[in-house]
Design a protein. Structure first.
Length: 438
C-alpha cells in the first residue's frame, strides 16, 4: 500500500476529488496496481475468452484477494459480475465465489467461463471442419433456405443487415446452430462463449472504448470461420495448458442471473458472505444492455425487442429507451434519508431534471442493494466497491463519497477509499475503491 493522502496526476484534482474527499475525512490511499482496465484481462487465461470493455482487471481482483487475505474458507460475493472477472479469479485461487449479473448474455458468458473440465480437443477441429463445409455449401443457398435447413429464424434486432453483412450473418447462424448439435455436446459450453464473443467481432462496428458505433462503409473482409478459429484456439489453449489442480476448482464459483437490488440470498444457500469484490455500473449513462444487444438477440437470450429495454430499466445506471423516458418528466425526490447525502441535487436539479432523476435512481438502486447486503454478510465482513465519478450536465458526481455515506447509513464502516490511476486518459475521470467493513 502506498502513501497516504498524496494525490497524483491531474485527473482527480481537476474534478474536485481532493476537496470533496477532504470534506468527508474518509481514510484515503493512493494505489498504483497497474492497468486496471479490461485490457490486462485480454492476455490472461480464461479472462481473454470474452471482451467487456468496462471490466476491471484480474490484477485488481488479485490485489484485493491479497489485501483482504481471502482464503478458501471464505465466501466472496460479486453482485455486479459483468464478464465475471472476480468469479474467474476466485476460482483460479480455489476461493468460493457467488456472482450475480442482470444481463443474460454476460451472466451466461460468466457462468460458462467457469467450466474448466478437460475436453476431447479433436472435437474443436471437427467443429471448424463442419463449419467450413456447411458454410461453403450455404454459398449456393438463400438466407431463407439456410434458415429452413437449420429450422431457425433471423435475430429480431433492429437494422439487422446494418449489423452484419448477409454472408457473415449466414455463417454466424450456421456456427450457432452447429454448436447446438448433439455431436458437439461435450464442448457446447466453450462453443457458446466462442460464438457469442464472435458476434460483435464480426459486426460492422467500431469497437471503441467503451461504446460501439456502426462502421457502415468499411472495406474489411470479415470471415466468420477465421474469427471463430482464433477464439477456439484461445479457449482450447487455455484448457489444455491449465494445471489439473486449477481445473479441479471448477464448481467453486458460479454466476447467476439476478437483480442485486432486489435480492442477494438466492445463490448463497443460507451462507453469509465474508467479502465483496465488485464494481457496479458508474452513473455515466453507459448501457450494458444496449452495448450487448447484438449478442442478446443473436444468441436468442431475448425474444422481443422490448425485453432488452426492460432489462436496462432494471439495471443500475440503465439509460436506454424507457430507462430514460420514465425519468424525463417531473422531479423524482429521493427517500428523505438519502436527501442530505445526494449532494449534487441542488446544483443539478435546475440544470436538468432528467439528469438529476437519472443520478438519483442510480443511487437509490445502490441504496437498495447495500440494504440487502447488510442481511447476507458475516460478522467480520470486508468488501470493496470499485466506482468511477462522472459529470452530468456539467455537475460533478462524486460517486465514491456518496456511496460511502450510503454504506454508513446502512450500518457499514468505511475502512478507506483508494484512488487508482486516471481512467482512459481523460483528465477529469478517476476510479476509486470504496472499502467497507461490517
Ligand atoms: C462495471 S460492470 C462489472 C464489470 C466486472 N467487474 C467485470 O470485470 O467484468 C457492472 C455490471 O453490473 C451489471 N448490473 C447492473 N445492474 C445490475 C443489477 N441490478 N443486478 C445485477 N447486475 C447488475 C451490469 O449488467 C454490468 O455487467
Amino acid at each position: 500500500m502506498s502513501k497516504q493522502f498524496i494525490l497524483f496526476e491531474d485527473a482527480a484534482t481537476d474534478s474536485g476529488f481532493e476537496s470533496n474527499i477532504s470534506k468527508y475525512k474518509y481514510p484515503f490511499h493512493e494505489v498504483d496496481v497497474g492497468n486496471i482496465t479490461f485490457q490486462s484481462g485480454q492476455v490472461e487465461p480464461v479472462h481473454k475468452w470474452y471482451r467487456l470493455t468496462p471490466s476491471f482487471s484480474p490484477g485488481l481482483v488479485r490485489f484485493f484477494l491479497e489485501h483482504f487475505e481471502i482464503e478458501s474458507c471464505n465466501l466472496v460475493l460479486d453482485p455486479f459480475s459483468g464478464r465475471g472477472t472476480t468469479a474467474i479469479e476466485c476460482q483460479k485461487h480455489g476461493i468460493p465465489c457467488v456472482a450475480y449479473e442482470i444481463n443474460p448474455s454476460l451472466q451466461r458468458v460468466g457462468a460458462l467461463s467457469l467450466i474448466w473440465r478437460p475436453t476431447k480437443s479433436d472435437l474443436f477441429a471437427t467443429f471448424l471442419e463442419d463449419l467450413r463445409k456447411e458454410a461453403s455449401a450455404a454459398r449456393a443457398l438463400t438466407m431463407e433456405e439456410v434458415l429452413a435447413k437449420f429450422e431457425t429464424t433471423l435475430p429480431i434486432i433492429h437494422d439487422l443487415y446494418r449489423w452484419w453483412q448477409p454472408q457473415v450473418l449466414k455463417d454466424l447462424i450456421i456456427a450457432r446452430e452447429l454448436s447446438r448439435s448433439t455431436k458437439f455436446l461435450p464442448i457446447c459450453h466453450f462453443l457458446w462463449v466462442a460464438v457469442a464473443s464472435s458476434v460483435l467481432d464480426c459486426a460492422n462496428i467500431h469497437r471503441n472504448h467503451p461504446t460501439i458505433t456502426f462502421d457502415d462503409d468499411h472495406q474489411r473482409q470479415i470471415i466468420v470461420e477465421d474469427v471463430l478459429s482464433l477464439k477456439i484456439a484461445d479457449i482450447q489453449g487455455d484448457l489444455d495448458s491449465m494445471p489439473d489442480n486449477i481445473a479441479d476448482h471448477t464448481g467453486q464459483a458460479n454466476v447467476q442471473l439476478n437483480d442485486s437490488c432486489h435480492s442477494l440470498d438466492q445463490g448463497l444457500a443460507g451462507k453469509q458472505c465474508t467479502h465483496v469484490i465488485t464494481s457496479p455500473p458508474y452513473p455515466n449513462r453507459f448501457s450494458y444492455v444496449h452495448q450487448t444487444r447484438p449478442e442478446l438477440h443473436f444468441m436468442e437470450l431475448i425474444r422481443e425487442r422490448g425485453e432488452a429495454t426492460e432489462i436496462d430499466l432494471r439495471s443500475v445506471g440503465g439509460t436506454w429507451g424507457r430507462a430514460t423516458s420514465v425519468l424525463a418528466k417531473d422531479y423524482i425526490p429521493p427517500p428523505c434519508e438519502l436527501d442530505p447525502i445526494l449532494d449534487y441535487i441542488t446544483e443539478l436539479k435546475p440544470k436538468s431534471i432528467l439528469m438529476c432523476n437519472y443520478a438519483t435512481k442510480y443511487f437509490v438502486d445502490l441504496y437498495k442493494h447495500i440494504q440487502l447486503l447488510r442481511g447476507v454478510v458475516a460478522p467480520a465482513f470486508r468488501g470493496v466497491y470499485v466506482v468511477g465519478n462522472s459529470r452530468l450536465s456539467g455537475v460533478e458526481i462524486f460517486t465514491e463519497t456518496i456511496l460511502a455515506r450510503i454504506c454508513e447509513l446502512c450500518g457499514f464502516t468505511i475502512d478507506q477509499i483508494i484512488l487508482f490511476r486516471k481512467r482512459g486518459g481523460r483528465q477529469r475521470l478517476y476510479e476509486t475503491a470504496v472499502c467497507i467493513k461490517a
